[in-house]
Structures are given as structure tokens and as C-alpha cells.
Design a protein around this ligand. Structure first.
Ligand SMILES: Cc1cc2nc3c(=O)[nH]c(=O)nc-3n(C[C@H](O)[C@H](O)[C@H](O)COP(=O)(O)OP(=O)(O)OC[C@H]3O[C@@H](n4cnc5c(N)ncnc54)[C@H](O)[C@@H]3O)c2cc1C
Length: 464
């Protein structure tokens, strides 16, 4: 009756996972992608490019060795944009190749073009050359993601003023950079460029940033940024942005200060890429940020055979969670019961230094009036930390005094985004402080910090 059992619009993490899962169940699947190559924001302008850039910067700048050899240590003296782009293009080619192979292996069909709804079961696909095709699907998944929010007062020019999608195609390295927006993307890029010795100023209208992260971790991170001379203009809204005679951005702030830099990255928010989908024809509505509401367990929209997943449905807007959502949507569409989502998922922020967090922050535990105790470990206390020359890095664990259960793990420092998974496993398996006390950890490792932080909390809890 329909051309396909499932039509997926968008080939980012949620679309990709939904397509492959549907194909594995034996269904016919079409993925429609308007970009030149499959992969989505995640592969082409978001997750993978920013993380590749970070890795390249850390390697070429010798960042990880500076604890031993001093701040002036470099692996390559004059790092330019070409150095950064070379590794990026190689990584992206590889990612796309793996993805295309995955689609081919599983018999997932792809169509290049922009999709828009004609009715709840029919979409029109317009190719780059204007050619139009129409296809029907029994089920649909809207996985179109987001695009950067570009307000009119920002003079984007692709040369000195960029949004977060454009910054990965940097024509040259600036000597100074202003970043507007201290969300995850802004903080990541600000700290990555600062590791290249670019003079960075981070501007945020609110007086705090990354509020979903444990405050103590943010204090540690902020100290580290200040130590590297990153200018923090918190609580300072931007009132205007102009370009000087050399096309350099000049930002006027509400507190009366001015920030001038060679380059500006505007990273204050993203909006759902839904405006060209003709959602009215499908019977769907969006909110003021272009996002689609879904039933959280099944990911169905208001029209039951149309699902939505990934960034287009809003928080948490991560590649990791988007993938899971895509799989859940496909399973539900074809009558498979997906396992219930875990209570806690990790959040990784690939700043320099990186941060990762799972479970409740200390502020949250207090708000819920749970009697608790914390354990802290500093990476410099671990032998592995000495070997690696780490001067900073910290892990904080929070335990319930009543049940002894682990409530949250918060890490800033080298390897945080990998280390967090030990805490995540214990947390989701409802483990207690005893896991860390009773078990032996490899030595020397940074994971030993779990033992140290566990003992730190245990000593205090025992005294109580
Ligand atoms: C700078 C940056 C860094 C990030 N870092 C991380 C990280 O470290 N870890 C992490 O987990 N997440 C990270 N994210 C978030 C992550 O990239 C997103 O959560 C993820 O890409 C969302 O996936 P998605 O499935 O919604 O699709 P997206 O990846 O957003 O892709 C959507 C696709 O749909 C296509 N599309 C849109 N409209 C149409 C249409 N009408 N027809 C056809 N195709 C269409 C687009 O071309 C695009 O290819 C980062 C994001 C950014 C911007």
C-alpha cells in the first residue's frame, strides 16, 4: 500500500539508528537527506568536527605534555587552519564511509533532497537540481535536527563572524576570539581555542553558566579558564555588534564594556529545522523554537504513525541520546518493546579540560533534602596523574547517607568523558559506596580516583 514501511527524514544519529533498526526488523526503509552526504549535523558540523578539532589542537599544541615541559611546550610551532582542517577532513570521510556502508549492508535506501510533507503519509523530495519525487510511507520519522539561531543583530559574514556550524570551516586562525553564549558549544569552542593560545573572551548574559552541572565542578573549571587568561564576561548581555573598518567584530555589552576581537563565534542557541517541512500538511505543530512535541516513551507525535527524535524534540540534544531515541521509535513503530530508558545518562562536555557528569548534582540532592555525603579525589593524588604530569582534574561522588547508594558522579579533567561510565554503571545498577571500597582498581590508572573519592566519602560517613 505504501512505497516504504518507514521513511526517515534526516540522516543524523537518530535517523541513522532508526533506519538501521527498522531494516534489521526486515522493513523497507528510505532515508531522505538534504545535505551532500549522510551523517547529519553530528558528522558534518557538530559532534565529530568539534571533537576532531579538539583532538588535533591537543595533539599539535602538546597540551597534554605541558604539565611536564611547561606552558611554552609545542609539538608544532606554528599551527594554522590548514593543520586543523587536514585531520578533520580525513575523519569525516571515514565516518561517512562507515555510515554509507552500514546503510548499504542493511539494505537502507537513501534519497538526496529536501523533504516536505504533502499529507501525513506522503512526502515530496526536491533534489539539488530542482527535480521532484513523491514517496509514501506507512511510518515516518522526523529526524531533521536543528540549525544555529541567527538573530538579525549579528553581522554574520563567513569571514570574521561565524555561527557554530560555520566555525568548522575556519579560513584562518584568529589571534583573538569572542564567543557569545556559554552553553555547551560556546564553552567547548572557547576552551579549545584558548588551548591554541588564542585570546578568548566568553560572553554570557546570565551570571552563571552550564547550570545543569554540579557547581563545584564549574568552579574548578572556571578557575582553570581564568588561569589561562580566558576573559569571562558573565551577566553581560550584548547590546550591539558592529564591524570595524577591518571587518573585526566589536561587541558592546550592557554593563558598559566593549569586547573587540579578530573573530566572533555566535553560539547562543539552535532552533529546530522544521520550517520547510510543511508540517501543517501532516497535522503537526511546532513550538517557538521549531521543536516538535512527542510522547516521551514512544516518541510518537500527535499523529501516531509519525515519530520525531533527536535534537528536533529538544533536551537533551545529544548525539548519544538521539541514537537511542531513533532506535526506540523504530522498535515502537514495528511492535517491538524497547527496553525502558535508563534512569540516568551521562553528559559529556568536550571542553579543555573536559567535564562529564551523571546523576544528581549536589544542588539537586540538597533540593530534594536527601541526607548525603561527598567524596573528592584530585587526579594529582593518583600515580597515573603523576606519570601523565596532570596538575589538575577532580572527581566528586555523592552518596546517600541513609541507603549508601551512589547519587551522582562529576568529573573535570583528562579522560572525564570515558571515566564517567564506571560511575554510570554503578548508578544505574543502583550500587552503593561499598562497590568502590570493596573492589580493586587497576593501578596506576585515573580510575583509581573512584577508590580515593569513595574512601573519602566512606571515612566521613563512618565518622557520622
Ligand atoms: C558544535 C556541536 C558539538 C556537539 N558535540 C556533541 C558531543 O560531543 N556529544 C554529543 O552527544 N552531542 C553533541 N552535539 C549534539 C549532536 O550533534 C546532536 O545531538 C545530534 O547531531 C542530533 O542528531 P539528530 O538525529 O537530531 O540529527 P542531526 O545530526 O541534527 O541531523 C539532521 C539532518 O537532517 C537533515 N535535514 C534537515 N531537514 C531536512 C529535510 N527537510 N529533508 C531532508 N533532510 C533534512 C539535515 O541536513 C541533517 O543532515 C554537538 C552539536 C554541536 C552543534
Amino acid at each position: 500500500m505504501y512505497d516504504f514501511d518507514m521513511i526517515v527524514i534526516g540522516s543524523g544519529p537518530s535517523g541513522r539508528r532508526a533506519a538501521v533498526q527498522s531494516a534489521k526488523i526486515g522493513k523497507s526503509v528510505l532515508v531522505v537527506e538534504k545535505g551532500r552526504r549522510v551523517g547529519g549535523v553530528s558528522v558534518h558540523t557538530g559532534t565529530i568536527p568539534s571533537k576532531t578539532l579538539r583532538e588535533t589542537v591537543l595533539n599539535l599544541s602538546g597540551w597534554r605534555e605541558r604539565g611536564f615541559y611547561g606552558r611554552s611546550y609545542r609539538v608544532k610551532q606554528d599551527i594554522d587552519a590548514g593543520d586543523l582542517m587536514a585531520r578533520l577532513h580525513k575523519t569525516l570521510d571515514h565516518e561517512v564511509d562507515v555510515l554509507e556502508h552500514q546503510f548499504a549492508r542493511n539494505g537502507v535506501k537513501t534519497a538526496r533532497g529536501e523533504a516536505r510533507f504533502l499529507d501525513p503519509h506522503t512526502i515530496e523530495i526536491t533534489g539539488e537540481g530542482g527535480e521532484v519525487d513523491t514517496v509514501t510511507g506507512a511510518h515516518m520519522l522526523i529526524a531533521v535536527g536543528t540549525r544555529p539561531f541567527r538573530p538579525d543583530y549579528v553581522p554574520f559574514n563567513g569571514m570574521s563572524v561565524f555561527d557554530s556550524d560555520e566555525i568548522v570551516d575556519l579560513p584562518k586562525l584568529p589571534r583573538s576570539l569572542a564567543v557569545i553564549g556559554a552553553g555547551v558549544i560556546g564553552v567547548e569552542y572557547a576552551s579549545i581555542f584558548s588551548a591554541l593560545d588564542v585570546a578568548v573572551t566568553l560572553i554570557e548574559p546570565r551570571s552563571t553558566f552550564l547550570d545543569f552541572i554540579d557547581k563545584e565542578l564549574i568552579e574548578e573549571f572556571t578557575h582553570e579558564l581564568r588561569d589561562r587568561n580566558v576573559g569571562l564576561r558573565l551577566g553581560a548581555a550584548v547590546t550591539s555588534i558592529a564591524l570595524d573598518e577591518r571587518e573585526r567584530p566589536v561587541c558592546k555589552l550592557a554593563d558598559g564594556r566593549t569586547v573587540q576581537a579578530d573573530m566572533l563565534l555566535f553560539a547562543a542557541g539552535r532552533v529546530g529545522a522544521t520550517d520547510r517541512l510543511n508540517l501543517d500538511a501532516a497535522g503537526l505543530k511546532v513550538d517557538h523554537r521549531g521543536r516538535i512535541a512527542v510522547e516521551p516513551k514512544t516518541l510518537q507525535t500527535a499523529v501516531p504513525h509519525i515519530y520525531a527524535a533527536g535534537d528536533v524534540i529538544g533536551f537533551p540534544s545529544l548525539a548519544s541520546t538521539s541514537m537511542e531515541q531513533g532506535r526506540v521509535a523504530a522498535c515502537h513503530a514495528f511492535g517491538l518493546e524497547p527496553p525502558p530508558p535508563p534512569e540516568f545518562f551521562p553528559y559529556g562536555i568536550y571542553s579543555v579540560p573536559e567535564m562529564s557528569t551523571v546523576g544528581m548534582s549536589e544542588e539537586e540532592v540538597r533540593k530534594r533534602e536527601i541526607p548525603y555525603e561527598c567524596g573528592i579525589a584530585r587526579f594529582r593524588e593518583t600515580s597515573r596523574g603523576h606519570i601523565m604530569g596532570l596538575n589538575n582534574g577532580m572527581m566528586k561522588m555523592i552518596f546517600s547517607v541513609k541507603t549508601r547508594r551512589l547519587l551522582g558522579v562529576h568529573i573535570v579533567g583528562e579522560g572525564a568523558t570515558e571515566l564517567i561510565h564506571i560511575g554510570q554503571a554503578v548508578l544505574n545498577l543502583k550500587g552503593t559506596i561499598d562497590y568502590f571500597i570493596e573492589n580493586t582498581f587497576n593501578y596506576p590508572t585515573l580510575a583509581e580516583a573512584y577508590k580515593i573519592a569513595g574512601l573519602d566519602a566512606w571515612n566521613r560517613m563512618t565518622r557520622v
